[in-house]
Design a protein around this ligand. Structure first.
Ligand SMILES: NC(=O)c1ccc[n+]([C@@H]2O[C@H](COP(=O)([O-])OP(=O)(O)OC[C@H]3O[C@@H](n4cnc5c(N)ncnc54)[C@H](OP(=O)(O)O)[C@@H]3O)[C@@H](O)[C@H]2O)c1
Length: 319
C-alpha cells in the first residue's frame, strides 16, 4: 500500500527523511481492525518525528500520521482515536501510552490498524477531511479549553499563535461555547482571519490585552511564554500542550507563585473525550477549518506548508 514514512532523522531539514512509497500492509491482531483511510491530517507531531523526536533509529522506516477518518471493515464511517494503550483496550493493561506512528504504524497510509475500541462513528455532517482533523489538534484544544481549563460561557481565554491546527480549533470551539476569545499571531493576515471567525481581539505577539484572562492556551512555548504569564489573571490557568518555538525560559516562577497561577499540561484526551468533542461539533454545527487538502503522494508538499508555518487551519491528506 502507499504510505508516507520517516526513513531517516534530520533535525534541521526534516523533509529530507520523508519518503512516500510502498509500505507493508497492516498486521492483524486480536481486537484490532484495519480501517480504509479516506483522510488524515498533518500535525506538528509529524515534523517532530522527522526530526527524530520520540522515535529510535531502529524503528525506521515508520509510517507517519496520528489521526484519520475512514471506513471500518463493516462499512461504518469512523473517526480514529490515535492514542494506543491509554485504557488497555486491544493492547492489555501494561502497554504504555503511545500515539499512532510512535510504536505502531500511523495513518498517512491507505490503511491503518487500530484497536476496535479506538473507533468512533463519524458524524454525518462532517466530510472525511473535516472528521480527520478531530483526533489530535481538535481533541487537544477541547481538553485545554474545557477539561484542563474548566472554561464556561462568558469566561475569557487567550490563544497564542492564531494560525496553528490546535489554535484554530480552540478559536472555533471557544467562539461556539460563548467564550471571550483573544488571539495573538505574528501575521497580520492571520489576525484578520481570526477576527472573521468571531474573536474579540487579535493582537501581535506580546501586546497587552484589554484585560487579563481566565485561561491562556499555550502551544508556542519560548516565543510567547512570558506574555502568557503576564496575561492570565491571578488564580487563572495556563494550559500547555506544546513548545513549537522551544522550551520556555525563564519560567517566571515569582509571578507564578505570587499570582497563584496554575500551569496544567495537556496531551490530547481519552476516547470518551473524543466522543464528547464529536457530539459538541455536531450539536453546534462547528466545522474544522481546513487550510489545504493534498493527495497522499504529495505529502512532502503538504508537510512543507506545515514547516513554513504559513497555514491557517489544518493541512489535510486524502488517499
Ligand atoms: N500535547 C499534545 O497532545 C499536542 C497535541 C497537538 C499539538 N501539540 C503541540 O502543539 C504545538 C502546535 O501544534 P499544531 O499542530 O497546532 O502546530 P502548527 O499547526 O504547526 O502551528 C504552530 C503555530 O505556532 C505559532 N507560532 C507563534 N510563534 C511562533 C514561533 N516563534 N515559531 C513557530 N511557531 C510559532 C504559529 O502561529 P502564527 O503563525 O499565527 O503566529 C503557528 O501557526 C506543536 O508544538 C505540537 O507538537 C501537542
Amino acid at each position: 500500500m502507499l504510505a508516507a514514512s520517516v526513513t531517516s532523522f534530520s533535525p534541521d531539514s526534516p523533509l529530507d527523511g520523508l519518503e512516500v512509497g510502498d509500505a507493508p500492509e497492516p498486521v492483524d491482531r486480536e481486537h484490532w481492525v484495519t480501517v480504509d483511510v479516506r483522510a488524515a491530517s498533518l500535525n506538528h507531531h509529524d515534523l517532530w518525528s522527522l526530526r527524530g523526536v520520540g522515535l529510535r533509529r531502529q524503528q525506521l522506516p515508520m509510517v507517519l500520521g496520528t489521526d484519520a477518518a475512514g471506513v471500518a471493515p463493516d462499512g461504518t464511517e469512523v473517526v480514529v482515536h490515535g492514542v494506543i494503550g491509554a485504557d488497555g483496550h486491544g493492547v492489555g493493561p501494561r502497554e504504555r501510552r503511545t500515539l499512532l506512528s510512535e510504536h505502531y504504524p500511523g495513518t498517512l497510509a491507505e490503511r491503518v490498524a487500530v484497536p476496535a475500541a479506538n473507533l468512533i462513528p463519524k458524524p454525518a455532517g462532517l466530510s472525511f477531511e473535516e472528521a480527520a482533523c478531530l483526533p489530535v489538534s481538535w481533541l487537544t484544544a477541547y481538553s485545554m479549553l474545557f477539561t484542563a481549563g474548566g472554561l464556561a460561557p462568558g469566561d475569557s481565554v487567550l490563544i497564542q499563535g492564531a494560525g496553528g491546527g490546535v489554535s484554530t480549533a480552540a478559536v472555533l470551539l471557544g467562539v461556539a461555547a460563548g467564550l471571550e476569545v483573544f488571539v495573538t499571531s505574528r501575521s497580520e493576515e492571520k489576525r484578520e482571519r481570526a477576527l472573521s471567525l468571531g474573536v474579540a481581539a487579535a493582537l501581535p505577539p506580546g501586546e497587552r490585552l484589554p484585560h487579563r484572562v481566565d485561561v491562556v492556551l499555550e502551544s508556542v512555548g519560548q516565543a510567547t511564554w512570558g506574555h502568557s504569564v503576564r496575561s492570565v489573571r491571578p488564580g487563572g490557568t495556563i494550559t500547555v500542550c506544546g513548545a513549537t518555538s522551544g522550551d520556555a525560559s525563564p519560567a517566571e516562577l515569582t509571578r507564578l507563585f505570587f499570582q497563584e497561577i496554575r500551569v496544567q499540561g495537556v496531551t490530547m484526551g481519552s476516547r470518551d473525550d473524543l466522543a464528547a468533542l464529536v457530539n459538541f461539533v455536531s450539536r453546534h454545527d462547528v466545522k474544522p477549518l481546513i487550510d489545504s487538502d493534498h493527495r497522499l503522494r504529495d505529502t512532502s508538499e503538504a508537510m512543507a506548508r506545515l514547516l513554513t508555518g504559513t497555514q491557517f487551519g489544518k493541512v489535510v491528506i486524502t488517499t
